[in-house]
Write a protein of this length. Sequence first.
Length: 134
Amino acid sequence: MEFEQMSPRRPYIFRAFYDWILDNELTPYIVVNTSVHGVLVPQEFIQNNQIVLNIAPQSVGQYLATNEQIEFNARFSGVPQHIVVPMAAIEAIYARENGVGMGFEDEPQYKSNQKTPLQQETVTKKANPFRVVK
């Protein structure tokens, strides 16, 4: 089997580093390329097509990591948001406290996930899954 036909390595390496960072009682952060198709993050926090997210268990709710994406709920400036990050969009994972982690190289399996400029303009926001309970 050719390398391009194999499943991407990123989800497996990502989960290993995530667990390792948590096992060492540190805070996992990820660097996300927001130009990748399927990224759902608060637009006002994006700088240079990137956003850094704290994905520590105490900072997020309903965290789910699959081979395709991670998703969770988090608050940004007090506003609840549902976050979706395709694995193709994760550029790095590292520990906030000491910067130890790993940057991910491009993988051929993710080449079709890049947005075109037209797609970037037409991305629609999903409805917020949270509701106010009084």
